[in-house]
Design a protein around this ligand. Sequence first.
Ligand code: OOG
Ligand code: MG
Length: 266
Amino acid sequence: MAVTNQLKVEVIDYLLRAEHEVKEVVKITDQYPDLSIEEAYDLQKKLIERRMEKTKTKRLGIKLGLTSKAKQEMMGVHEAIYGYLLSDMLAFEWEPLQQHRLIHPKAEPEIAFIMGEDLMGEEVTAADVMKAAKFVVAAIEVIDSRYKDFRFTLPDVVADNCSSAKLILGSKMVKPEELDLSSIGMVMSKNGEMVTTGSGSAVLGHPAEAVAWAVQKLAQRGEGLQKGDIVLSGALSEAVAFDMDDTIIAQFDGLGSVTLSSRYVK
Ligand code: OOG
Ligand code: MG
């Protein structure tokens, strides 16, 4: 199916409205079953442009998703996915999330890269990523699929900017070469009880491998990482649902911890 301009406008309005009105919607492939992944990336790009215009936000960086073999198998795919992070997605440890602005959020423990240089090209390697990154930081990503029950196919989730909603960074910045990112262990707790554990190797073997994959993928569309970008390299474990008054803490070897709390505040 060709993605006509008319279709792009309709689908993008539909997804942006779902986010704005905090209402889950039926996935778009129910209506457009032939939507390809490449067409979904076209939609994502337009959606991001429209969202930036509407919310007067700027690019903050890039996020990866489905970077673990387990998650890829669950979705029946062999590839990771990427989306964009925007400035209004940045949340802070000391400021509870506004639960009523989220549909059915889940928290993911991740390792974030802060880029010290632009990075672009189809040949970029994990070693190049490690060189171009200025710092790595512990992070929690909040994903909040706009689709009903968090159920979707790959083109659906790509068009929905890979479920991006919020991110929180820890306060300890570490130079990438100071840590072995593949062997970092992580424990995540919810209201004081351990809920999940993971390791840096869950992210395509090494988080920098995942970021290199994203750079290669972006290059196919004439894009790349920019100096100052925050890059979320993908979850180290499964995502954990949370509700108002929950507190989630992810603790990483060598990177310290990062805390998410959520309240009903208007
Ligand atoms: C897609 C986004 C997954 C990750 O880190 O794997 C993701 C989803 O599961 O909703 O951000
Ligand atoms: Mg994620």
